[in-house]
Ligand binder design. Structure first.
Ligand code: FES
Length: 80
């Protein structure tokens, strides 16, 4: 699927977002990516929402199994 976006939570690291994605800040600034971008999920990046590698320095550990969850194991969530 050409417009498909793939989000991959990495083990003890960022979410990798692959595809054409628009990131919009509350200020209205935005960027359009068309490739792979790493978004922080440890909360420690100094360049949020992007990963800057700090997760490794702070020893971030992802929740066991969340990188390997399958669609059948995760209940769909509706975004309001
Ligand atoms: S996941 Fe890499 S700095 Fe947070």
């Amino acid at each position: 699927m050409a417009d498909e976006v793939i989000i991959t939570p990495t083990q003890n690291g960022p979410n990798l977002i692959k595809g054409r994605v628009r990131i919009v800040w509350p200020s209205g600034n935005e960027i359009l990516t068309n490739g792979t971008v790493s978004l922080c999920r440890c909360g420690q990046s100094q360049d949020k929402p992007f990963c800057d590698g700090t997760h490794a320095k702070v020893g971030f550990k992802s929740v066991e199994g969340d990188e390997t969850a399958h669609r059948e194991q995760v209940a769909p969530k509706t975004v309001a």
